[in-house]
Design a protein around this ligand. Structure first.
Ligand code: ATP
Ligand code: MG
Length: 572
């Protein structure tokens, strides 16, 4: 309820239930332009207080014996800025010090001014106006407090927004740091594999030259010596050299320097064709399962190499499993996003072969090293640590990649990704076993070029045994001189990696002189240049045995006659 001439917050509530006191007081105040509201009892006063008031003018006798609970409650529950002023009209001599009732009222009402009766109306007006001034100060304080609260709320909102922004920026930064660390670690890993690859291919290349000498000489000796005890020893030497040759082949596979002959291959057929071999490799205690995609894309891969890869993975799986494990070989078509690790393939479509086991799994430390050549956790003599290196090299060199999912104690799944061959491509082909027919050299003369005299000597020996005439040259220059001198030569057998003029360069210059001269390259590894200038029929891989050399020479010459086996030596 609003008093005439002002809002509730400006009005003075009057409680003077007896006689005409209330009307008189209201009249006096109205004359001083103070809005009022007269209450007939204490309950009315309490109710009106709740509606708002600037002060209360109360006669002492209206409160003396009354139950003040509602009033006391209202007073204590005022907001912090509010302390409603009371003007108490007391009896003469009703001062606090002598009147216990007045003391009780003073304590209950708090902000109270005693006005002893009788009083002059001006006194009452001035006391009430003082109270109103105090009350207005309280209203101002209320506004200040509201403003401060609002500013605080705004500040709090800003702080929250800023904190959220900072947290978001922080999360983003953390994600970027994590991403960067991942990329850096992938880069480090790639660089390490690259460095190890170069080292490995260098070692393998040199060893292939040495093994060519060992194998060639052993085989020569085997032919000339008949004593059984000596023959047995030579057989052992030959076996060791062949084992060495297998190791260097694996090392070259890792360093992606082997000659691959990719063809469109149906990997489902490859896997099915290997079932018996795999089951016997696994032994009876391991279950073999195949999950083959019914519409598998053809993969572009060297069929022999992928069989080796699958076999390698199966052997690793077997070694990791106890009795009762399961080996699953799965094929499927996959579309991959950008790689997370160096061994994974670039984004694109791939044919996947997964070899999964229920074995021991690998921890992070082992996993980070498995592709490195010679890393093995197997006892001496059990593993050479070249299996996964070879898998990695073949997959990468074929344009695909590898990924490994593994959990310690649960198992491992190695996935090989191979590039998808064009649809409708030829069906899977198996490489026919090399036909290593022994053919005789006839009257053909081979110009043999190798800077390594030991390799040259043993190769010349083999050529002679095969019935070829041999002219040896220790360098490309010497070989070209021989051609310039019109020496009769039917075939050029060229070492690829030579100091000065390499095999490719010698071949180019030889062709300029004799365009029809057949050329066969001997190489310890198929380096990029060799891959460019020659096809597989024009390459013989060191270390080679007599039968291989014979087959390649005969194929290159396109004939198989017999000859006298003369050797002519030219200066290197
Ligand atoms: N399926 C697998 N489960 C658990 N560990 C594996 C698995 N495959 C590979 N490893 C771990 O990776 C190491 C390297 O494997 P890799 O095939 O390169 O070499 P290897 O098997 O030890 O020897 P090699 O294959 O030359 O005979 C293994 O010694 C083994 O610790
Ligand atoms: Mg292995």
């Amino acid at each position: 309820m609003t008093a005439p001439g002002g809002s509730n917050s400006e009005r003075v509530l009057i409680l003077a239930p007896q006689g005409r006191d209330a009307q008189i007081a209201a009249g006096i105040l109205r004359e001083a332009s103070v809005p009022t509201r007269v209450c007939n009892d204490l309950d009315c006063l309490c109710a009106e207080l709740a509606g708002g008031a600037a002060a209360a003018l109360v006669v002492e006798e209206a409160l003396n014996t009354a139950d003040l609970t509602c009033l006391a409650n209202w007073i204590t529950e005022q907001p912090p800025w509010s302390d409603l002023p009371f003007v108490l009209l007391a009896h003469r001599g009703g001062g606090l010090e002598r009147n216990p009732a007045a003391k009780r009222l003073s304590e209950t009402l708090g902000n109270v001014t005693f006005l002893e009766r009788p009083f002059h109306p001006t006194t009452m007006v001035s006391v009430v106006q003082t109270a109103l001034r105090g009350r207005r100060r309280q209203y101002e304080a209320r506004e200040r407090i509201a403003e401060i609260r609002e500013a605080e709320a705004l500040l709090e909102r800003r702080v929250e927004e800023r904190t959220a922004e900072l947290a978001a920026a922080n999360r983003q930064l953390a994600a970027q740091i994590a991403e960067r660390e991942k990329v850096e670690s992938a880069l480090r890993q790639a660089q390490r594999l690259e460095a190890v690859g170069q080292l490995t291919s260098g070692v393998a290349h040199d060893f292939n030259n040495l093994l060519t000498v060992v194998l060639g000489n052993v085989n020569q000796l085997r032919k000339t010596l008949s004593e059984p005890a000596v023959k047995r020893r030579l057989d052992m030497m030959a076996q060791a050299a062949e084992r060495g040759a297998k190791l260097t082949a694996q090392m070259l596979a890792f360093s992606r320097r082997q000659k691959l002959e990719p063809k469109p291959v149906n990997l489902n057929e490859t896997v099915l064709g290997m079932r018996d071999l795999l089951q016997s490799t696994m032994g009876g205690s391991v279950r073999l399962e195949t999950v083959l995609h019914p519409r598998l894309w053809p993969a572009m891969i060297d069929p022999t190499q992928i069989e080796l890869v699958i076999l390698n993975l199966a052997i690793n799986a077997r070694d990791a499993m106890e009795v009762g494990g399961a080996l699953t070989i799965e094929t499927s078509n996959v579309a991959l996003g950008p790689p997370q690790r160096p061994e994974q393939p670039p984004a694109g479509d791939y044919v996947m072969v997964a070899v999964s086991d229920t074995g021991s799994g690998m921890d992070e430390a082992v996993l980070s090293k498995v592709f490195e050549p010679f890393f093995t956790t197997k006892p001496v003599g059990k593993g050479s640590g070249l299996g996964l290196s070879q898998v990695f090299g073949v997959a990468k060199q074929s344009g695909g990649g590898v990924s490994i999912d593994t959990r310690v104690g649960e198992g491992t799944s190695v996935k090989i990704y191979l590039p998808r061959a064009a649809e409708g491509a030829a069906k899977a082909e198996r490489i026919p076993a090399a036909t290593l027919a022994q053919r005789r050299g006839g009257d053909a003369v081979v110009l043999l070029v190798d800077d390594d005299s030991a390799v040259r000597e043993v190769t010349a020996g083999i050529l002679q045994d095969l019935g070829y005439g041999v002219i040896e040259a220790g360098s490309g220059g010497a070989a070209l001189d021989a051609l310039d001198a019109k020496v009769a030569v039917d075939l050029l057998l060229l070492d690829f990696a030579m100091p000065g003029m390499n095999g490719a360069e010698v071949a180019r210059q030889a062709r300029a002189r004799r365009p029809d001269l057949p050329i066969l390259f001997a190489t310890g590894y198929a380096d990029a240049a060799a891959l460019l200038v020659a096809n597989e029929a024009q390459i013989i891989h060191k270390p080679f045995v007599e039968a291989e050399l014979s087959a390649k020479l005969a194929a290159a010459l396109g004939r198989a006659p017999a000859g006298d086996g003369k050797v002519v030596k030219l200066k290197g």
